[in-house]
Design a protein around this ligand. Structure first.
Ligand SMILES: *Cc1c(COP(=O)(O)O)cnc(C)c1O
Length: 466
């Protein structure tokens, strides 16, 4: 038994041996030697440990397979890991695909600020250090009507920070209908616990009344928290207390009214035929003391957590040491400022803000683009696949307008010689990864989220993959 184990371990090839295999030698042209050596060493260690732990059971891997696996892994290093991708899923704010595509204005700002020095945190007049918030604070004041603003890494950080600053060791009252979980493990009860605030749940999942909040207020209560139920909807026998009513109660009892808006709409999308999302302006106007929201959801900007509200609460948030730990870099400020500026002129907004442009993209245009792509596919690849064009639904995604679907057109592809899943795999692994919806028998490309110039890339990819 022991003998057998040591024999097996001895049969594992050496790093040097693998390094001299022709397939591996060929990789050395595109990938630095230290990377190649590291991949081989780790893979061999892994294999060795597997044998040691499982003794006899671990199946022996053929050397050729081992080399193949190693070469595949080395290939990942021949180009950047983070690359452009094509979104054929029709989910506009897809966290896996980087959420909001930025506007051209943001791209320009990023280019300048990334390459050169900037006045990020220096006051030109006084020549002294200055707050970096100032690049967006006035804009946020003007757009939302709030007195003050600050920005951190994302809205999860913003929520944590707000609670830590204003309610640590004290009670925060929240409706059971608002105890949400957002993808990527953001959960209100856990954020609350981390912040050191004491969560007091009131009401039930479907119904919470003003008296529930009233009855829960005690000498140690610091705040009332309202949370936007971003990614789900409860319908039927439901009741929720309006923000103005909560604000009035908070005022009477000298509590802070905190509103976690999530998606952070800065314009009323119902004017464009979409359902009414509460806007940040609505919330400030209703009297919320603190409103926090994401930069990369309905605003269409970079990942950021934006906090706006009363100066007397924002000031201590800015001074909290945690804020320093959640500080954004110059790239975020450049992209966020450029994105926010677009909201100053609503006439141009939908042309210039890429995300909002996609949300309001005309179904007729989508249909034309899909049909013309389908035509190209038929004439170029008609022997290898069948194509149909049909109406379907897109999603906003990213916990925004959760239950709303947008009319769209998809191109449905049925490959003749390979399985749909295999086609999807090959397209995902194309040099520009392409993501489409996979159903049992069809591969769907939603033309709401596919850009004009991407049709030719997808065509080339399909030629390659089939
Ligand atoms: C999305 C969301 C968050 C988390 O925001 P991130 O910017 O993704 O960290 C928090 N609260 C609500 C209500 C949300 O919708």
């Amino acid at each position: 038994m022991v003998r057998e184990l040591s024999d097996r371990l001895k049969r594992i090839p050496s790093v040097e041996h693998i390094l001299n295999q022709p397939e591996v030698v060929a990789m050395l042209e595109a990938v630095p030697r230290r990377v190649v050596v590291d991949v081989i060493r780790r893979r061999l260690d892994e294999y060795r440990n597997k044998i040691k732990i499982s003794k006899k059971e671990a199946p022996e891997i053929k050397k050729t397979d081992l080399v193949k696996e190693i070469v595949e892994e080395i290939k990942d290093f021949s180009g950047p890991s983070l690359t452009r991708a094509i979104n054929g899923l029709g989910v506009i704010l897809h966290t896996g695909l980087g959420r909001a595509p930025l506007s051209p204005a943001a791209k320009e700002a990023l280019q300048v600020v990334s390459e050169f020095y900037s006045n990020l945190a220096i006051d030109k007049e006084a020549g002294r250090r200055a707050e970096r918030y100032r690049h967006v604070e006035r804009l946020l004041n003007i757009i939302t009507g709030a007195e003050a603003a600050c920005v951190v890494n994302n809205n999860a950080a913003a929520t944590l920070l707000v609670l830590d600053t204003l309610a640590k060791g004290r009670e925060v009252i929240v409706s059971r209908g608002h105890l949400i979980e957002i993808g990527g493990s953001f959960r209100i009860p856990e954020i609350m616990a981390k912040s050191g605030a004491i969560m007091v749940e009131v009401g039930t999942t479907n119904r919470t009344h003003l008296r529930d909040y009233q009855n829960a207020i005690g000498p140690n209560t610091a705040a009332l928290l309202k949370v936007h139920t971003s990614n789900y909807k409860i319908v039927g026998f439901v009741a929720e207390v309006s923000l103005p009513d909560l604000v009035q109660l908070a005022r009477e009892k000298n509590l802070v009214m905190i509103d976690d808006l999530g998606s952070g709409a800065l314009i009323d999308l119902s004017r464009y035929g979409l359902p009414k999302e509460p806007t940040v302006q609505d919330s400030i106007q209703a009297g919320a003391d603190i409103v926090c929201f994401s930069g990369d959801k309905l605003i269409g900007g970079p990942q950021a957590g934006i906090i706006v509200g009363r100066k007397r609460y924002i000031d201590p948030i800015k001074k909290n040491p945690l804020t320093r730990a959640m500080r954004c870099c110059k790239l975020t400020y450049a992209a966020l400022e450029a994105t926010l500026r677009l909201f100053l002129d609503e006439k141009k907004l939908f042309n210039e803000n890429t995300t909002l442009g996609l949300i309001t993209k005309d179904p007729v245009t989508i249909k034309e683009e899909a049909s013309s792509f389908a035509e190209q596919l038929r004439s170029n690849l008609g022997t290898k696949l069948t194509v149909t064009v049909r109406e379907d639904l897109s999603e906003v995604g990213g916990g925004s307008l959760a239950t709303e679907s947008l009319p769209t057109t998809v191109v449905a592809i049925i490959p003749k010689a390979v399985k749909v899943q295999e086609l999807a795999y090959r397209l995902r692994n194309y040099k520009i990864p392409i993501f489409g919806r996979v159903t049992e028998h069809q591969y769907l490309l939603d033309f709401r989220t596919i850009r004009k110039d991407e049709g030719s890339i997808i065509l080339a990819a399909l030629k390659d993959c089939l």
